[in-house]
Design a protein around this ligand. Sequence first.
Ligand code: OAD
Length: 329
Amino acid sequence: MATFISSPATDRILAGLRAGSFRNIVVLTGAGISTASGIPDFRSPGGLYATLQADSLTASPQEKQYLKKDPTGVVDIRIFAQNQFPYLEVRRPFILGTADQKWKYTLAHAFIGLLHDKKLLRRHYDQNIDGLSHQVDVEPSKIINVHGSLQHVYCEACKAPYPLAEFREAVRTKIKNIYGEASEFANAPAESEHIKCLQCSRPAVKPATVLFGRSLPDAFHEGVEKDFNTQENIDLLIVAGTSLKVHPSAGLVDMLPASVPRLVINLEPVGEDLVIDYSPDNARDGFLKGYCDESVLKLLEALGWKDELAAKYAAGMCDKSRATLLGDK
Ligand code: OAD
């Protein structure tokens, strides 16, 4: 399904990668780079927002009404501050699945690992909280977890930390399963019970991920300062698997001089409001339309990098990505 569109911009980017002229590449990613591993994205038809069952949540009629109208409310401080349950109930299988290392990295993550191995990666700005970008061999300082991490837990009210293992156990035993018997994490209480802060006792404990209405981690702003506001220029921006609907991360695509090429790898065009140009004759913005893994495979083949990536990363990647890479679909 990947369409390798030859355009002046895509050809220029490929030629630059082949010649080794891009040595300061920034990659901005979103949920679409992880869907091959089995984690749904947010805004696609089968994504978290479209499939949200507000009536199954422990919430007031007003909260349910709000979430039916705007499912992004489930990751918004305005709902969480008054009721911890919608977030924790929706996120229960994700929190427990991550703890059990249920999901493995994709071909797209491995490609970023390869860029790092080749010393071409300036920074990976990852909007995902699934931790898969840390499963490939990229120095932690090169990865900015734009929307925080599931590896730390704290009280959203007083910021006191909460022990990770205890939090996972509390989610398992105190938060009900809204995903039916089919969920592998179905063994859950019939009703949800609060998980309270060990310091202030408020029911505001959650993973250290960014809710709408909250600021991004300092690491994001520090990274932007280092990467986008210096003389040592970024020479290529790769944008993969993100709808570019959420700021400030989406705004990164608009922070570079017009001379810096951008390569979008996505199912559909995104960021047209951010002036990404999809006209076939534009010289700046390349577009690989289709599944990330398939586009990455075509890139690897065009660059002659496939065997190198396979030797290091095929064994550990998710089954679907490995099948794409090795051609045994
Ligand atoms: P979205 O769900 O908004 O966008 C995912 C994009 O990836 C869409 O354009 C999909 O078409 C595309 N896509 C999905 N699967 C793909 C695949 N296999 N190959 C190529 N493209 C694919 O997810 P994000 O952009 O990551 O924030 O969302 C940004 C933020 O909005 C998230 O971090 C989250 C969400 O609300 C918070 O929770 C604060």
